[in-house]
Design a binder for this molecule. Sequence first.
Ligand code: PNS
Length: 158
Amino acid sequence: MRRAITPGTFDPITFGHLDVIKRASQLVDEVIVAVAASAGKKPLFTLEERAELAREATLDIPNVTVEPFEGLLVDFARSKNAQVLVKGLRAITDFEYEFQMAALNYELGREVETVFIMSPPQYMYLSSSIVRELASLHSSVDNFVPPHVAAALSKKFQ
Ligand code: PNS
């Protein structure tokens, strides 16, 4: 049984995240979308809200579940018997940060392998922070997030 974790803050989940999650779900038996507390980032949505938005967005992918977590990602991965961490890579700008995290996670838990999936060109520039910025300026985010996420964003910024 191959189990992968796709971790992130998901504040909120975007089509870019969903592309990575769907592609990961085709490579392994089970995917757990691990929604990190990321308190230091002062997320717009609460941990439960972010997990619920991710849950609704992944309902149509049978081998995907969503779980919020606090603490170290490698500890969470171990507790779930997951062997792989799958992360999306966008532009070169992502590389240094992701490289650092992959190296750190390797030090902390060598039994968990980090694997990267390259973003397709249409999502290279997409990020949760760009989506939050657009929504805060009352610009449409329909091309970047599922409808229930767009609705949750407009409620936050009404
Ligand atoms: O979507 P993000 O914010 O880029 O995801 C970053 C995330 C949540 C994967 C990372 O911050 C993380 O793994 N947080 C959990 C705490 C942890 O394990 N930190 C050490 C590795 S950086």
